[in-house]
Design a protein around this ligand. Structure first.
Ligand SMILES: Cc1ncc(COP(=O)(O)O)c(C=O)c1O
Length: 427
């Protein structure tokens, strides 16, 4: 064994002894694959294996790993300023990024509140909506409306508006009251009729409910939600943590409507998937409700790493790359390729249904035993794909492919060939 092998064995052993991995049953899960580096759409493992990142590393990566432009932006910013307190101080990357986000998102959104991950972006939106009503003299408005199958993150407030039983039911005692609606729009009307004056906001993942099962909805539903919340003067929160930055074929999923939400949550693709950063965008009307001589009406929320300068600089470069490399055109091409390949999978006996939007391809499988996130097919398929050099991590019986946009046609076809092979083999 040479020195570098010894070193690898060493830190892999330390991982086994000391690290608790997320969404991982540490008793039964296979050992994690030790990676040496990642570049473009590939991971390179310490044992020499190359693995294609078919889920953009938990839906964050858009330009590929170790992109020279993003690396350079990071290095340059690190030589100037990396992290400072963001209350009472500011810096150029944050201010420029806020301006860019305001320019690219629906026109009514004018203020940007930075945090550092998707869940915090959601917490911020929920707290803003709640305090908006307090500051406006309607503190009884403390009830949120959210959708069935919603997923908004793993912090307590985000879990409260979420609705994936496998993730959330154990914590139900901790969660605040939420009214749940389905696509049957009548139920929203019913809630608003009955207790509209108690409602603080409605939160929705526009167009695609991701972790809840990659459910794609008709655009009319989004329009209807906007219409009805506007009629009742209820803020609409668009959680675009998953859908933002091109995933659904538009820069933001709200553009499909098009609709203007009152609050919008962004993270994941914001830095091209490079560094933790999140933003909650608010309308001027929401922002103005916090302006007061009375300091108790301040929005008392902030995180140590709010608006990290390295993250903001990389986010700015990622947006520049997005425009220059024609990401939306590339996503449109991928959407067509995915459509064709999905069509050819529908006849396989394991496949219940296929669907897609933008750079997302979904293959819903007939459940094995229990269905849902804990369906046995999930871990079995993940292993089968890994053995063939592809990272795909089904949500139970929901298999999906969501690569960085820099994937080539040939590589994308290669992944679909492997999917076809694995599903035909009856794994
Ligand atoms: C729609 C949506 N909102 C919020 C989150 C939470 O983001 P994070 O994992 O960065 O906390 C996710 C994560 O998958 C998401 O899909």
């Amino acid at each position: 064994m040479n020195t570098s092998d010894t070193k690898t064995t060493d830190w892999v052993a330390q991982d086994r002894l000391h690290v608790w991995h997320p969404y991982t049953q540490m008793f039964t899960a296979p050992a994690p694959v030790p990676l040496k580096r990642a570049e473009g759409v590939y991971f390179y493992a310490t044992d020499g294996r190359r693995i294609l990142d078919g889920i953009s590393s938990w839906w964050v990566n858009i330009h590929g790993h170790s992109h020279p432009r993003l690396n350079r932006a990071l290095r340059e910013q690190a030589s100037k300023l990396s992290q400072i307190i963001f209350a009472g101080f500011t810096h150029e990357p944050a201010a420029r990024l806020a301006a860019q986000l305001v320019q690219r998102t629906p026109t009514n959104l004018n203020r940007v509140f930075f945090s550092d991950n998707g869940s915090t972006a959601v917490e911020v939106a929920l707290k803003m909506a709640s305090q908006y009503w307090h500051n406006r003299g309607q503190p009884q408005r403390n009830l949120f409306i959210a959708l069935e199958h919603a997923y908004h993150g793993d912090t307590v407030g985000a879990m409260a508006v979420g609705n994936v039983p496998e993730f959330h039911s154990r914590f139900s005692d901790l969660l605040f009251e939420v009214r749940r609606v389905s696509q049957s729009t009548a139920s929203i009307e019913e809630i608003l009729e009955r207790e509209g004056r108690r409602v603080a906001a409605l939160i929705v993942e526009p167009m695609v409910q991701a972790a809840g099962g990659m459910i794609i909805w008709p655009v009319e539903f989004l329009r209807h939600l906007r219409e009805i919340t506007r009629q009742h003067h209820i803020p609409l929160i668009a959680d675009e943590v998953f859908t933002g930055f091109g995933r659904t074929g538009k820069m933001f999923a709200c553009e499909h409507g098009p609709i203007e939400p009152d609050l919008m949550c962004l993270s994941k693709g914001l830095t091209g998937g490079y560094l933790p950063l999140a933003a909650t965008l608010a309308s001027e009307e929401i922002f103005e409700a916090f302006l007061s001589e009375d300091r108790s009406e301040t929005f008392f929320h902030g995180h140590s790493f709010t608006a990290n300068a390295l993250s903001c600089a990389v986010a700015l470069e990622s947006l520049a790359l997005f425009d220059e490399s024609g990401c939306l055109d590339r996503i449109a091409q991928l959407e067509k390729l995915f459509e064709k390949r999905l069509d050819s999978l529908t006849d396989l006996p394991r496949v219940k249904e296929t669907r897609g939007i933008g750079a997302l391809a979904v293959i819903e499988l007939n459940p094995q035993k229990q269905g849902g996130y804990l369906d046995e097919s999930g871990p079995q398929l993940t292993q089968a794909f890994l053995e063939r050099g592809v990272l795909l991590r089904p949500l139970g019986n929901i298999l999906y492919f969501l690569p960085p946009y820099v994937i080539t046609d040939e590589e994308a076809h290669g992944v679909f060939d492997i999917i076809e092979e694995v599903l035909s083999a009856g794994v």
